[in-house]
Design a protein around this ligand. Structure first.
Ligand code: MSP
Length: 642
């Protein structure tokens, strides 16, 4: 019988920066789902790729002094290496600079023009370059981009527009008829309340202010809006509008677009509307997962964590990293990454539970039965309880994966592992051996071996390496499907078991955390050195972000128990500010009173030695001495320094 197709996609990754552990989250989850579905009898097509056009890429390339193509090629190599490191089993990798993709995007634009879904007009709006998105005034959060919190700039250009507003009612109807389309449910409400209800506006889908993009076939001055270019990847990769479109015929519509929550809007409003305009069926589900947070940040900028996936995999192995990502973060919600959480999780589940079960069982089979799995004898109730647990596991795990919850699936699989460990304590095989009860001992060893086989089979989609190591130890061929975990008793008596090395080694958490802190501190200082030594040039707009003003010192005192810090009260125009500065070894408080200093006015407030500081006084380093900066002639306080 022909296998049922299953088409799963990750977003295509921006080719504009360094990839961190957060980026691996979507891809590892999709990989576990794809592997699970393959083992469960589906014909899976798993797509990932890179999003290589747009203003952001062009700007980064200019800054790096290379062409955009050279720039994206470098990042492409990096991300392909990353997915290899993490055992990502994608079936196709698409780059938006691939010729077939660019050509098809052009055909899509032509089709949309022909159907009357595109028209030309003027666009004026607030643009967030990092997110490649226009916003209206009231969509901004505190005047900044609501997605990433960065500055937006006013841009005006002649543009082509897509008649998004025309699809508003059809979209609402589609959501109503397909309540599972946007998952989890909370994201559906978010989309309806925040975007659909206020009314959909037509979407500007071409740009003229830069040229790193797909040129519109009917107006070469314009390049395609990067999001239309990017979203289309899901069909161009399958051969849509191309001579060989058998994959498109077989796999479209997608079963699942897995995306981070910040890009649900693009996938559940813009993408379906484009598909409607193209007269194509809509994907079955868009799942918006939560973020892996570093501190309270989605990016990995926070200090004190080593979140370079290459480093982590190199140090702990691929399975602990995959396991952590899949197990630790409640699916659909945000979850925190800390080094400690990773190490504790590895020790608890992989070293203690799984590692111990396998090494204890292999050691006992070796010691009591010369390394040969014995045939079981009559099962008692205790054994039957475990047999039931094993035989019911696949159904449970399948339901968990249907709900796309890898944490639940892993919890259910580990129930077998934990129950088997408890079974060892309950049956005390060493006592059975002492008592010479070989018959019962054989059954216990057999039950344990079967538990391991069940767990290792079910774990295969999640931790790709360890399962195979376990099968090697059990002397069983690693299975490609779940047929063997329907009925208990699959292990043949007489199978040779090898003890070998431990699956995982226990980590001394305290020692390791200290070491990781040291590594992170060194990385941060190297980075700082690199940044300053690179003489990186900034835009005038970057400089304008720093608000410098003159300020007059009203009072100045030493901070208690500190020989470095002074606390100032500064007159800044009509306002009085408290600021802490580390210049006590260079100036006495009395000397500073009445002086005019230059203050960084918009620095985030901080507590220094428990004293609130609202700004920073500018000083110059003068060969070991520190001197404060002051205007050349008398200036009132609160005046801008530029
Ligand atoms: N290029 C767009 C997607 C276009 S799809 C037609 C994009 N790229 S991205 O590189 O910024 O993000 C790729 C994926 O990584 C997204 O699903 C995003 O949510 C995910 N993550 C990036 N940082 C993340 C975390 N810290 N945590 C979890 N996932 C996050 O968006």
């Amino acid at each position: 019988m022909a296998k049922k197709p299953y088409y799963i996609t990750t977003p295509i990754y921006y080719s504009s920066g360094n990839f961190h552990l957060g980026h691996c989250y979507t891809t590892v989850i999709c990989d576990a789902i794809a592997r699970f579905k393959r083992m469960d009898g589906y014909d899976v097509f798993y797509l990932t790729g890179t999003d290589e056009h747009g203003q952001k890429v062009q700007q980064r390339a200019e800054k790096a002094g290379v062409t955009p193509k050279q720039f994206v090629d470098r990042l492409y190599d990096q991300i392909v290496a990353l997915w290899k490191t993490l055992d990502i089993s994608y079936d196709k990798f698409i780059r938006t600079t691939d010729g077939y993709h660019e050509l098809t995007v052009q055909k899509v634009y032509e089709k949309l023009l022909a159907s009357g879904d595109i028209y030309k007009s003027q666009y004026e709006g607030l643009y967030c370059t990092p997110c490649e998105a226009y916003w209206t005034e009231n969509q901004l959060k505190d005047g900044k981009c609501p997605d990433c919190g960065r500055e937006v700039t006013k841009q005006k250009e002649e543009s082509y527009f897509f008649r998004l507003s025309k699809y508003q009612d059809r979209l609402i109807k589609f959501y109503e008829e397909n309540p599972e389309f946007i998952s989890p449910k909370s994201r559906m409400n978010e989309m309806i309340n925040n975007f659909i209800k206020p009314g959909l506006k037509d979407l500007c889908i071409s740009r003229t202010t830069f040229d790193w993009g797909v040129k519109l076939p009917f107006d070469q001055k314009h390049v395609a809006y990067v999001w239309i270019d990017a979203l289309t990847n899901y069909i161009t990769a399958l051969g849509y509008l191309q001579p060989d479109c058998k994959n498109f015929d077989k796999y479209w519509p997608a079963d699942l677009h897995m995306v981070g929550k910040e890009i649900v809007r693009f996938h559940t409003i813009i993408w379906p509307a484009i598909l409607m305009a193209l007269d194509l069926p809509l994907p079955k589900k868009v799942y918006g997962h939560g973020w892996l947070l570093f501190g309270d940040d989605k990016m990995s900028k926070s200090k004190g964590n080593v979140v370079d996936p290459f480093f982590l995999v190199d140090r702990y192995g691929v399975d602990p990293i995959r396991y952590f990502l899949l197990r630790e973060i409640p699916f659909g919600s945000d979850g925190n990454y800390t080094n400690e959480a990773l190490l504790v999780r590895t020790n608890a589940d992989l070293v203690n539970d799984l590692g111990n079960l396998v090494s204890r069982t292999a050691a006992m089979v070796t010691q009591y039965f010369d390394g040969t799995v014995p045939a079981p004898n009559a099962y008692i109730d205790l054994d039957k309880e475990i047999i039931l647990l094993c035989e019911s596991a696949l159904e449970k795990v399948r339901a968990d994966m249907e709900a796309l919850s890898a944490p639940d699936a892993l919890t259910d699989i580990f129930k077998i592992v934990q129950r088997a460990n408890k079974y060892i304590d309950e049956t005390t095989p060493w006592t059975l051996n002492k008592q010479g009860d070989k018959e019962r001992l054989a059954t216990v060893m057999y039950v344990l071996t079967e538990c391991i086989r069940f767990a290792a089979t079910l774990l295969k989609p999640f931790i790709t390496r360890t399962s195979n190591v376990i099968f090697d130890k059990l002397g069983i061929k690693s299975p490609d499907n779940f047929d063997g975990v329907v009925k208990f008793g699959g292990t043949k008596a007489g199978t040779k078991v090898t003890k070998g090395e431990n699956l995982f080694n226990r980590i001394d958490v305290e020692k390791e955390l200290k070491l990781l802190d040291e590594i992170a501190a060194k990385q941060a200082s190297d980075e700082q050195k690199n940044n300053t030594s690179a003489d990186e040039q900034i835009e005038i707009t970057d400089f304008a972000k720093v608000k410098l003003v003159t300020a007059k010192v009203l009072s100045c005192e030493k901070v208690a128990k500190s020989d470095k810090l002074l606390v100032f009260k500064l007159q800044v125009g009509g306002e009085v500010r408290q600021v802490v500065s580390g210049i006590a070894q260079h100036y006495s408080p009395e000397y500073m009173i009445g002086k005019t200093v230059v203050l960084v006015k918009n620095l985030k407030p901080a507590k220094i030695r428990g004293v609130e500081s609202n700004g920073m006084i500018l000083c110059a380093d003068a060969d070991g001495k520190v001197v404060f900066v002051t205007p050349e002639s008398d200036v009132d306080s609160g005046k801008a320094v530029r």
